[in-house]
Every structure is written in C-alpha cells, then in structure tokens.
Design a protein around this ligand. Structure first.
Ligand SMILES: Nc1ncnc2c1ncn2[C@@H]1O[C@H](COP(=O)(O)OP(=O)(O)OP(=O)(O)O)[C@@H](O)[C@H]1O
Ligand SMILES: [Mg+2]
Length: 336
C-alpha cells in the first residue's frame, strides 16, 4: 500500500506561504523519542489537523512550535522565523490553548479576560469591551460573572479559547480543544474555530478525533510514535487506503451469493455481507488500478444486470477517516 507520506513539503509551494515549516524535528525524553523527526508544512490561513492517539507526540510537537520546549534536533520555523533563534518573534505571532489551560479558577470569566487583556497591554476600557465581545461571541454572557471553577467542561474550554484570542494571533495552537466535551459543546467549539480561521488566523489543531479533523482541517498529518505516518488532504488520505465502498441492496435475497461472487470478480473488491439479507458492501481497493471507484462500480452493476440480478438501491461512498486511521496505524480501538 502506498501512502502520501514522506513529502510533507511540496516543492512547488513557496515557504513564504507557510505558517509552519519543520524539518526533522526531534524531542527526546530520556530514551523516549517523543517526537522523532517530523517534517511539516502548514499553509497559512487554514486549519491543519495533527491527528494521533495518546502519547503520539502531539503536545510535545506543539510545545516546540510555540517556543515552550526546546527541540533536540531538526529545525522549525513559524512564519519564516526560527523557533529557537528567533523565539521572541515567533511568540509575538502565536497563541496556545493548551490541553491543560491557564485561566484562573477563582476569577470570573469577565475578570479573567480583562486581566489577560491588561497584561497584553490593552487599556482598561479596551480590555473591558474586548472581554464583553468575546464572552458574548462564545455564548458566555450569562456566566460572565461566575467564577471559572464553577464552569462546565464546555464553558471552560470556550473561555480558554477566548483567552487565547484576546489579541487575534496569526497562528493559534489548539491542543485537543474538544477532548471530553459533549457533542453540543464540541459543535460550539468547532464554530468558534471556523470563525477564528475566517478572520485570517492559521489554526494548528491536535485531536484524537477523526471526525473533528474531517470537519475542520484542510490538511491532516497523522502521527504515531513521534513520526508522521501519513500527510495530505482528507481526500488524499482516504484515497490512500482504497477508493471507496459500494453499498448494494438487491430485490431478492436468494441472489445474494451470486451477487457476491460477481462483485468480487468484476471489481476485485472485498465483499461483506450485511446483517440485512438483501444488502452487501464491496470495498474497492483503488490502488494499483487506473480506474476510479465509480467506473469499477458501473462495470459491476452492468455485470449484475447481465446475470439477471436486480439491484434496488446503490450507493458509492468514500472510506471514513476511521478506516484510514486504522489502516495506517494498523491497530483497532485507538480511535475516538
Ligand atoms: N515532560 C515530559 N517528560 C518525559 N516524558 C514526556 C514529557 N512530556 C511528554 N512525554 C512523553 O512523550 C510522549 C509523547 O507525549 P505527548 O504528550 O506529546 O503525546 P500526545 O500525542 O499529546 O498525547 P495525548 O493525546 O495523550 O495528549 C509520551 O510517551 C509521553 O509520556
Ligand atoms: Mg497531548
């Protein structure tokens, strides 16, 4: 199987358009190579997803890029500035919302945002109005006067993100912004991320959730054991594990064994029999053939028709990112 792995650095894209560029980035803890030679090229103005299971090295990589941790090898540039040699220049353009965040539990939402805005050098009046705007935008107006320690997990995550965009950063690191949130709170955070990007900020988002990367990111790097094991657009990643699956429902359950045989032959597909006795699913391995999945599926339908098998319904879908992730990491159960 071939994956669009190694070349995270398309030669045609000028480095000037990149928010982040790393070459062989390494961080070692004792004899643990937590980040083991990562190459990244993150286009400015997009959401870039870094997807990986627990312990993959996501937070470690983010901390190096945000100048909080010194790399042990390789190089990393943020908007063309070296994260070690030009750390101040990098810091002035980035903001980080950590997995374990930094607002003060004993202060209210409003007090936290005003305090942070003041620390960033805003006037009192500016700080107050910016805090009010953000609390409203994040649906926290009603909770503005409550101490943050009384916030729910979802409210807490939203105030963390609000705090990190008090000054609109050019690059925002969101480290697992929705881990542990309920679906409704996740959706609220996703809307916030979309709004932040619409204002021109580049977002580097780490996540263990495939659907989150699918929803938000234009490109994704899949990391495991400190290495990038695949990189590309969602479409490229999906195409790398086969071009799709074809779901069929037959008129007559008695024709299913024959249909199974024909699909396996004409599409060279792996065919699964669904619990529903008239349904079956063929997974097409697009790699190694010139034909697209749609063309293969059309040939299979024609072959079924020639054999007198009536197909009641038919759907052609791409594999899910879940399937991609499992195929790449080759282990079940690490996904969201
Ligand atoms: N300060 C540290 N000292 C020693 N080892 C560390 C340190 N920070 C991280 N590690 C180790 O480095 C590896 C990568 O950890 P990291 O926190 O980057 O993973 P992650 O992808 O962010 O995982 P998670 O999804 O659980 O947040 C792990 O094996 C972890 O135990
Ligand atoms: Mg982490």
């Amino acid at each position: 199987m071939t994956h669009p792995v190694a070349d995270a650095a398309p030669a045609s894209r000028a480095d000037a358009d990149l928010a982040i560029r790393t070459h062989g980035l390494v961080k070692v803890f004792g004899d643990n190579r937590a980040v083991d030679g990562i190459d990244l090229a993150v286009p400015a103005g997009t959401v870039y997803g870094v997807l990986g299971p627990n312990g993959a090295g996501k937070t470690t990589a983010v901390k190096m890029l945000a100048t909080l941790l010194r790399p042990d090898g390789g190089t990393a540039h943020v908007f063309g500035r070296d994260v070690v040699k030009e750390a101040d220049a990098v810091r002035s353009r980035v903001s980080l919302t950590g997995q374990y965040a930094s607002v003060d539990e004993d202060l209210t939402g409003t007090e936290n945002l005003i305090l942070l805005a003041r620390l960033l050098g805003h006037s009192k009046a500016d700080s107050r109005s910016r805090a009010g705007q953000l609390l409203e935008a994040f649906g926290l107006t009603a909770a503005a006067g409550k101490q943050v320690k009384n916030y729910s997990g979802g409210m807490r995550r939203r105030i963390d993100i609000a705090a990190s965009i008090l000054n609109t950063p050019d690059l925002l690191f969101l480290d697992e912004p929705t881990t542990g949130l309920d679906p409704r709170s996740r959706n609220q955070v996703w809307d916030i991320v979309r709004a932040v990007v619409a204002q021109g900020t580049t977002v580097l988002l780490t996540t263990q959730y495939l659907d989150e990367a699918d929803q938000l990111a234009s490109r994704i790097a899949v990391i495991d054991h400190g290495k990038v094991i695949a990189e590309g657009t969602k479409g490229e990643l999906k195409a790398s594990v086969g071009s799709g699956s074809v779901h069929l429902r037959l008129r007559d359950a008695g024709q299913r064994p024959e249909a199974e045989r024909i699909l396996a032959e004409s599409m060279r597909a792996t065919v699964q029999l669904d619990p529903d006795p008239v349904a079956l699913t063929a997974t097409v391995d697009g790699s190694g053939t010139d034909q697209g999945a749609a063309e293969q599926a059309a040939r299979a339908l024609a072959a079924l028709a020639r054999s007198g098998i009536t197909v009641d319904s038919f759907a052609l879908g791409q594999p899910s990112l879940d399937e991609v992730f499992m195929a790449l990491t080759d282990k079940k159960g690490v996904t969201a």
